[in-house]
Every structure is written in C-alpha cells, then in structure tokens.
Design a protein around this ligand. Structure first.
Ligand SMILES: NC(=O)c1ccc[n+]([C@@H]2O[C@H](COP(=O)([O-])OP(=O)(O)OC[C@H]3O[C@@H](n4cnc5c(N)ncnc54)[C@H](O)[C@@H]3O)[C@@H](O)[C@H]2O)c1
Length: 337
C-alpha cells in the first residue's frame, strides 16, 4: 500500500541540468507543493543557468553552487534549509564522454552518491530519491522488456557508474535503514537539453543544414519519454512511493534511431519550412559507438498499477514542442557548439 508523504523542503542535486531543471520548474508551479527548493549544482559544462532563469526570482527557490562530493557543505545545507527530501539528479551523463574519459563519471556518479549517502547517515529522517537509468540493465534483443528486478548488465562506463550508484543506494537503505527510493527512466527528450545529446544535436544541425550523424545503420532502438512526464513520475514516487522500492519509468513509445530521425525531420521541415529532401540528404551513417546497446525498453507497469502514473505526452506532440523550443532559442544555442 502506498501512503502520502509530507514533502516540505527539497534539495535537488543537478538542478541546472536538463531533467533536474524540468523537475524544479514543474514543482514550483504545482499548487500542492508549497515548500522550498534548494538547487545544489556544480555547474559543470552540462549545466545551463538559463534552464532555471524562469524560477530564479521565486522566494521558495535557492541556488547553491557546489559539488555533491563536498560532504560537509551538503550536511550544512541539509540542516540550514531543514531539508526533508533529496532528489538526486546530479551526474555525468554523456555516454560518448564516458567512453573517452571514464574517470570523471566514477567521481561524480559513484563517489558523489556515496558522499550524499554518508551525509544522510547523520540525518536518517531525510528521504532520498535516486534518479537512475534503464541503461544499467544492458541491452535487449528485438523483444522483451526490462523490469525492476531485471539483472544489471551495464555496457558503458556511464551505465556502470550509474549501476554502482544504484547498488550503493540500495545497500545504504538496507544496512543503515535510510529512507530511499530509486527510479530508472528511459531516454528523455524535451526543451533545455544540452546540445551534445542526440535530439538537440540533430535539430540544431538540421537548422544549420549540417550533417546529421547517426551511429551504425540507425537500427538501435530506444524508448522515449517527454521530460515533463518524467518530472511528474518522480514527484509521484517522492510523495507516494514505498520506501526501499525501485520504480521503472517507461514512456511507452519505442523507435529505432533512424525512425526517430525521420519523424524529427518531418516535424522540422513543417515547423522551420525547410525542404524535406534537403533535410534527408544531410543524414550520414557514421562508425558505430563501441559496445553500443541494441535496444532498451522499460515495462513500467509497476508505477502505473501501484501509483497510478502514466505518461501523457505522445512522441510526435512532444517532439513538436521540442522542435519549436529549439527554433525559438537556436541562435543562443548555436553559440554553445
Ligand atoms: N537524459 C536522459 O535521457 C536520462 C535518462 C535516464 C536517466 N537519466 C539520469 O537523470 C539524471 C539527470 O540527467 P540529465 O540528462 O538532466 O543530465 P545533465 O547532464 O543535463 O545534467 C547534470 C547536472 O548535474 C550537475 N553535476 C554534475 N556533476 C556534479 C557534481 N559533482 N556535483 C553537483 N552537480 C553536478 C551538472 O552541472 C548538471 O547541471 C542523471 O542522473 C542521469 O543519469 C537521464
């Protein structure tokens, strides 16, 4: 049975990134949430303070720049702001970077999560929700789904670092009685994502008539969730998820990378009035990523049945919103590249 948890003051780690900032913007407009949010973010290359500009003058919002590995600073914040819940988004997240330089992933994702959990041992009343990824489960064939109890088989250094952080969260919950929940989501897309990631990279390249690189033959399959749906799922788990439990967050819509690109180009062509055939001529198949997982797909039934959450935004509608946002902000974003 789930119960309603009181959530007053939340520490969000990594709240200047893509998903963390969506979560903050969502909560600060949600009537049922009346508490404060402390956004604790190191502001690495992946952060963007524009992501949280719209909430920066809100009296219930506080930004502190810092590293999740700085345990003393985190402990001070937990006390000073009377934090009762932590939502832990902060991480190094780009798979290609993890293949080129894994060490920063182990520092942020493993050492950083360990450091937060150590702080919590001194304040075990605080609820800790850990944000993880379907990539910890490894790769699927043409059929089947990942479930909460699927074995971990991470393929990339990124996935391995997230898997290690999950194990730490579960072990600390079990051994020290910490109040933890954990979620694995499928691939997120939406406004405010850093331009190195698949969808924003393709949109911005298409707008500049640059090459659209796609790994292998584009057959790798991913399941996609609109970022605001993910934020709503996290809030649902924070309020009503059972302690010690894991919830998989699946958007439901699966596409091979080439199918996704085709849909995206159709939308870009309509929204930006660029000739369809010109956009298609920009596609270039490039050497596959080493160890590239073929398919990820989350079942997601537990979250629907137990807590009543389901995704609301269908892929085409979400992609259209995303393309419109990137069109509006394109000039500023080109400068990032
Ligand atoms: N993007 C996806 O599709 C996806 C899917 C499933 C799970 N996730 C998980 O969701 C979380 C957020 O992902 P995202 O796409 O928003 O990432 P992102 O790269 O956009 O943002 C990460 C944020 O964490 C901050 N950060 C990094 N290291 C830090 C440190 N040591 N201390 C404090 N802050 C630090 C960065 O400055 C940045 O603002 C991650 O844990 C990721 O593994 C992402």
């Amino acid at each position: 049975m789930s119960c309603m948890r009181e959530v007053k003051n939340i520490l969000v780690t990594g709240g200047a990134g893509f998903i963390g900032s969506s979560f903050i913007r969502y909560l600060l407009t949600l009537p049922e949430f009346e508490g404060n949010i402390v956004n604790y973010d190191l502001l690495t290359y992946a952060a963007n303070t524009d992501n949280i500009k719209s909430v920066s003058s809100c009296k219930r919002y506080f930004f502190i720049q810092g590293d999740i590995c700085s345990q003393n600073l985190v402990e001070d914040l937990l006390l000073d702001y009377k934090i009762d819940s932590i939502v832990h988004f902060a991480a190094e997240t780009h798979v290609d970077r993890s293949i080129a330089n894994p060490s920063s992933f182990f520092d942020a994702n493993i050492r950083g999560t360990y450091s937060l959990l150590e702080a919590l041992r001194k304040m075990p009343h605080i609820h800790f929700h850990h944000i993880s990824t379907d990539e910890v489960y490894g790769s699927l064939g043409e059929k089947g789904f990942f479930y909460e109890n699927s074995p971990y088989r991470p393929s990339s250094p990124y996935a391995a670092s997230k898997a290690a952080s999950d194990h730490l969260v579960k072990a600390y919950g079990h051994t020290y009685g910490l109040r933890t929940t954990l979620s694995h989501s499928c691939n997120n897309y939406g406004p405010y994502q850093y331009p190195e990631k698949f969808i924003p990279l393709l949109i911005l390249n298409a707008l500049q008539r640059k090459t659209l690189p796609i790994y292998g033959m584009g057959r790798n399959v991913r399941q996609w969730i609109f970022v605001e749906d993910h934020s709503k799922a996290v809030w649902t788990i924070l309020k009503r998820g059972r302690l010690g439990e894991t919830y998989d967050i699946g958007g439901g819509e699966e596409k091979s990378n080439i199918e996704l690109l085709q849909l995206l180009l159709k939308i870009i062509s309509e929204e930006a009035s660029i000739e369809h055939s010109l956009l298609f001529s920009l596609i270039k198949y490039v050497k596959d990523r080493p160890g590239h997982d073929f398919r990820y797909a989350i079942d997601g039934d537990k979250l629907q049945k137990e807590l009543g959450w389901r995704s609301e935004v269908v892929l085409e509608e979400g992609l259209r919103k995303t393309v419109r946002w990137y069109l509006k902000h394109a000039n500023k974003l080109f400068a990032y590249r």
